[in-house]
Design a protein around this ligand. Structure first.
Ligand code: SAM
Length: 290
């Protein structure tokens, strides 16, 4: 049986033996708590007929656990210095591949073809580098990869924004973008003490489960997201004043009438509209040609 990586002692031993030094700029905070790892792995609902994509394996604490549960694991790591360490830690694991690269630059559709052929269920499971959490998640969702779940450790506030319901200060264009594609569940809050080195922020594990169909039906997705973006452009402004930035100020009478027709009060704020209301608004705006 393999020795577990995720204890403080073993983590320190590995990094000392390889002369590894942490790069803050790459969001390197390694997990040293097996209970949290268990929470992450359990939430991913893996089994030997499923595969996992890990982003940023570090020295392999989570990778090792994924290898125990999944039929195939591919881990993408940007830092060349970690590749020999991962080779050592994962030497016995024939169903684990480590890919050296920047996940934001990789052709993920091709990676899925190369690495996950024969697996109908693939989940992303990761302790993400915090400086690029949102771009990574938006890339995974927008490329419409055939994913089952995305279970990731991220900054607590970002998790709260992704899972937020209408009406509160956390609800914004990120909530809508994520909930359009996924149902959300906050798995647990995580204190900064379970990492080496400790980050300056608190973290949370969030589980995103991909919907079969987007939450709402819209004819033009890009336009829908543009409407959402503009509704939140300035949070203190009313919906109509934000939307006028999109249509041009001279359209106030027509826009007022359109909002009244679809029974959305022009004086509301963007943060009070549900996904359904945004879909209705984007459909009506598109049809009106405003
Ligand atoms: N999974 C390990 C753990 O839980 O201990 C390490 C997690 S650490 C928060 C984030 C990891 O992502 C680091 O190993 C870092 O080098 C890697 N990383 C940062 N940016 C990346 C990128 N753009 N593509 C792939 N990996 C990246």
């Amino acid at each position: 049986k393999q020795i577990e990586v995720s204890t403080p002692k073993r983590t320190k031993e590995i990094i000392a033996r390889h002369g590894f030094s942490f790069k803050k700029s790459l969001g390197q905070n390694f997990l040293i708590d097996s209970n949290i790892l268990n929470r992450i792995v359990d939430a991913a609902e893996l089994s030997k007929d499923k595969a996992a994509l890990e982003i940023g394996p570090g020295i392999g604490a989570l990778t090792q656990r994924l290898a125990q549960e999944a039929g195939k694991v591919t881990a993408v790591e940007i830092d060349q210095r970690l590749i020999p360490i991962l080779s050592e830690i994962l030497a016995e694991e024939e169903h684990v591949d480590v890919v050296h690269g920047d996940v934001l630059q990789l052709d993920l559709a091709k990676l899925f073809q190369d690495k996950f052929a024969g697996f109908s269920k693939v989940s992303v499971v990761a302790n993400l580098p915090y400086y690029v959490t949102t771009p990574i998640l938006m890339k995974l969702l927008e490329e419409k990869l055939p994913l089952e779940h995305i279970v990731v450790m991220i900054q607590k506030e970002v998790a709260q924004r992704m899972a937020a319901k209408p009406g509160g200060k956390d609800y914004g264009s990120l909530s809508i973008a994520v909930q359009y594609y996924c149902t959300t569940e906050i798995v647990c809050m995580v204190p900064h003490t379970v990492f080496i080195p400790q980050p300056n922020v608190d973290s949370a594990v969030i589980k995103l489960s991909l919907r079969q169909q987007p939450a709402v039906a819209v004819d033009d997705e890009a336009f829908f997201f543009r409407v959402v973006q503009s509704a939140f452009a300035q949070r203190r402004k009313t919906l109509i004043n934000n939307l006028l930035q999109l249509t041009g100020k001279e359209k106030r009478p027509q826009l007022t009438e359109l909002l009244e027709q679809i029974e959305i009060d022009p004086g509301r704020r963007g943060e009070t509209l549900s996904l359904d209301e945004y879909a209705k608004l984007s459909q009506a705006l598109k049809a009106s040609g405003l």
